[in-house]
Design a protein around this ligand. Sequence first.
Ligand SMILES: Cc1ncc(COP(=O)(O)O)c(C=O)c1O
Length: 423
Amino acid sequence: MGSDLSFGGNFEDKFDRNFDGNYEQDSTLSDAFVQIAESINTPAFIYEEEYISHRCQHLRHIADEAGCKLLYTLKALTLPGVLKIIAPYVHGFSASSLFESIIARDGLPAGGSVHLTSPGLRPDEIERISGLCDYLSFNSISQWLRHKSDVAEKVKVGLRVNPQMSFLEDSRYDPCRPHSKLGASIGQVREALEREPHLQHGLSGILIHNNCNAPDFRELLLTVQKVETELGFLLHSLEWINLGGGYLFDRESSNIEALYEAVWSLKSKYGLEVFIEPGSAFVREAGFLVSTVLDLIETDGKEIAILDTSVNHVPEAFEYQWRPEVLRDVEDGEFSYVLAGSTCLAGDVFGEYSFTQPLEINSKVIITGVGAYNLVKAHTFNGLTLPSIYSLKARRDVELVKEFTSEEHFQRWGFENNVSVGN
Ligand SMILES: Cc1ncc(COP(=O)(O)O)c(C=O)c1O
């Protein structure tokens, strides 16, 4: 068994990583992970509780320093155990749908606020959504005008404004790409309100969100400055602004003072309550996908390792063609492999990786940094099971949270419970 192959190496370094907390290096960690990987059913998604707690403390500290309120955007990773860790640190949760707003309401202590925005708000769900939410940001002027009177009175009604400031090269991530569906363009909003000032009656806030995995808060400051220039007259009459997510909140090169300046400006000039709603920043580095090597084959001079997982368990890597990080992958390692998933899709491949020791059948391979936007999008193409979900506890023991059964798979597609081969 090559069990120690996929763990160890620079694992301690990975866990001594950059969150702004006092995470103590634990030299027993890599050994513990060897045992964990051997003891669990794969494919498995593991979330690390202590890391999420540290990120919560880090983010809450920044929000407090900035003087803004902190929300967690559920869509990044929506697991009960994860929400339980995050809830005490945040002022609320942000949801994108009726189902998420039910989970958000249920998972928040009294006093926490539920926020929602969606380009696809369904008329038949507005009543339930407005019963669950405290803040609802309409995505377009037409959605707002059509439905503003359908919303319960206690709900603070907002409008998502598209600031038309792009910082992203890949337009698939860019809320401000040309012909964007996300938010009413800032120019349209200004024109509409200048033409018909009475329209803003009942509008209490705006939401802006125009970045993704951005390291540098100077981009947020530029965005806020544009909003102030173009919509300053509106800001004076509002109660709140939500600055969205899209920032990594890492220690290095984040220019955090730019966030403080943006929040201070909005509070001091307009008296606004300011929210931020990161998703990835809470959980991205807290998630691992553990898989087992099922087969090793050689084609056209390269070794292929077939894993018991699939790119469909890390869909962001496939969609955006990035190469996920794998533990013990080293530059110029003697033993190189194409790590491939086990579905029929030819492109179900993670990339080329090299190690200092050879992989064997049953070796464990661990993909890191996949806590956000992967498990929530994973699917079961080819009938491949979803990863079992485990939580890694502070004491380094691991607990099974959820295992997906064949019955659940059959039921999902409308088969009888007792479906069996040959029937
Ligand atoms: C409106 C809105 N707010 C917040 C977020 C969270 O973004 P991130 O996970 O990049 O922080 C998203 C992500 O898509 C979003 O669409």
